[in-house]
Design a protein around this ligand. Structure first.
Ligand SMILES: Cc1cc2nc3c(=O)[nH]c(=O)nc-3n(C[C@H](O)[C@H](O)[C@H](O)COP(=O)(O)O)c2cc1C
Length: 482
């Protein structure tokens, strides 16, 4: 992969000029606001931000934002070559190529690791030793877990899940997790709590790029993100066995909290500026997580991701991870000839997804659209799926809107499904029945007219080629603007 942990990754990022170190900022909204303002202006052209000497904290206790949010950082993290061609699709193809045929590799248990450089237990535990930020002005408190990995074990089936879920700090040894209904970590947690038992968990709040990428991706039920991360990096993730939980803890993590979600202790969690771009979902009771052991490296890095109205500092990579996941899911569900998928950033990486296909039969485009609306990552609070023909680049909104305006007849080509998988975090959720509805917009040429549809008014490939070879200097000048 070219790196073994977050520190080596950041050293490489610094080498190619995409790491900015900033000192002296306040943990209370300042780091979050600086990151937001930068990413709103420059999006994926922004560097990763490493805050040090945070107000009230000694040097070395650092916060990282924007870990993966650029083509170069994403490619480095995933161990893929950065394509020369412009546009989003070539990088998506490179990522998909890496995932195709990837083998799952289980973690390897080791006795020791950098995460054990410092350990706090019992009365010594003080989560406020870390510069835990208030990310946004209206957040209900300080959030220690945002770009994190929450590790739990299924009590019936025995396999280990890892998911990225927000974690609000309560006091020096308590915090609270928010896990949306239907998520794998939530299902596992509820299996313990419903029996009145505590749910053992490890929350890695200083996480390396690979486990982070795996934890925010919905790998199939029953498959561990550790095995997936091992596959991505081409070798096992080194883990130590948790003293209190028996759970695997990444040996090279920056900061890990081991403990349990208590069945009988609750407190108010939220609100939090969320992925949708709203403080939706308000404040609600959540079960409290009791921290029994804190492990951290000397000069630890708290990894942060403040969601908000797009664009933001963890949206770029989200579009790739989810587009690849949706494409993969469609193929596995048996939908042939998918030619492109793009999960748009403006849809917060969930609500507006486009699939392009080479139509092969009557009903193919509806099949692609209905499947895409119900499998991960669209299933959870997805709103719109647009299906286009393969002459349309799904990541190019001008082309997508053109197809919608010219190939979709609204009375025929919009399907709506109701009572689908929704969330408390949806700003349109006004009840405690967390459904949502989804629209599939079929913007493909009607299959019965595929051969006689009006020709597209643009130069043929032959004419373009002839113009470029006959007037190559002029065309280069015109296109480059020199
Ligand atoms: C930065 C970030 C924060 C997230 N926060 C939450 C959260 O607070 N709750 C939640 O249910 N999902 C959250 N997610 C989405 C989940 O990580 C994602 O759905 C993942 O697939 C869940 O893992 P699971 O499939 O093992 O449940 C977040 C994702 C990212 C990238």
């Amino acid at each position: 992969m070219g790196y073994t942990d977050l520190r080596e990754f950041l050293a490489k990022v610094e080498e190619f000029g995409e790491l900015r170190k900033i000192e002296g900022m306040d943990w209370n909204v300042e780091m979050g606001a600086i990151t937001e303002i930068l990413y709103r202006e420059r999006a994926e052209k922004s560097p990763a931000l490493l805050f040090d000497r945070v107000k009230d904290y000694p040097a070395g206790y650092r916060c990282l934002y924007g870990m993966l949010n650029s083509p170069k950082r994403f490619a480095l993290a995933m161990g893929i070559p950065l394509p020369q061609e412009r546009g989003l699709m070539p990088l998506l193809h490179a990522y998909r190529q890496k995932m195709t045929g990837m083998k799952l590799i289980p973690p390897r248990y080791v006795k020791n690791g950098p995460v054990l450089e410092n350990v706090m237990e019992g009365d010594d535990i003080d989560l406020l030793r870390f510069p835990v930020p208030v990310h946004h002005e209206r957040d209900g408190g300080r959030y220690i877990g945002t770009a994190d990995a929450v590790i739990t074990r299924d009590p019936d089936e025995g396999w280990v899940n890892s998911g990225t879920y927000r974690v609000q700090l309560l006091d020096k040894n308590h915090c609270m997790l928010y896990i949306s209904q239907g998520k794998q970590g939530r299902i596992q947690r509820d299996k313990y709590l419903e029996k009145g038992q505590p749910c053992p968990a490890v929350i890695v709040v200083g996480v390396d790029p690979i486990l982070y990428a795996a934890s925010r991706y919905q790998v199939p039920w029953g498959t561990s993100e550790f095995d997936y991360a091992g596959g991505l990096q081409g070798g096992p993730v080194e883990v130590i066995e948790g003293k209190y939980t028996g759970l695997p803890i990444p040996a090279h993590a920056e900061i890990a909290l081991e403990g349990e979600v208590l069945p009988d202790k609750k407190d108010m969690e939220g609100p939090f500026g969320e992925w949708h771009g709203y403080y939706a979902g308000g404040k609600k009771e959540e079960n409290v997580f009791l921290v029994k052991r804190v492990m951290f490296r000397t000069n630890p890095i708290l990894t942060c991701a403040a969601s908000q109205k797009p664009p933001h500092a963890h949206l770029f990579e989200r579009c790739f991870i989810r587009s690849a996941g949706l494409w993969d899911g469609l193929e596995k569900a048996g939908c042939p000839d998918v030619k492109g998928v793009w999960v748009h950033g403006a849809g917060s990486g969930r609500t507006f997804n486009v699939v392009s296909i080479k139509q092969r039969y009557f009903g193919h485009s509806r099949q692609a659209g209905m499947l895409a609306s119900q499998i991960p990552p669209s299933a959870y609070v997805g709103r719109f799926v647009i299906v286009v023909d393969d002459d349309i680049d799904p990541s190019n909104m001008d082309e997508v809107i053109w197809a919608m305006g010219s190939r979709c007849e609204p009375t025929q080509d919009i399907e709506i499904t109701r009572k689908c998988w929704g969330s408390r975090l949806d700003p349109l959720q006004f009840t405690d029945q967390y459904y949502n509805s989804k629209a599939v917009i079929d913007a493909c040429i009607p299959y019965e007219h595929i051969k006689d549809f009006a020709p597209v008014a643009e130069s043929s490939p032959q004419l373009r080629k002839a113009i470029f070879s006959k007037h190559s200097k002029l065309m280069k000048e015109l296109i480059s603007g020199d």
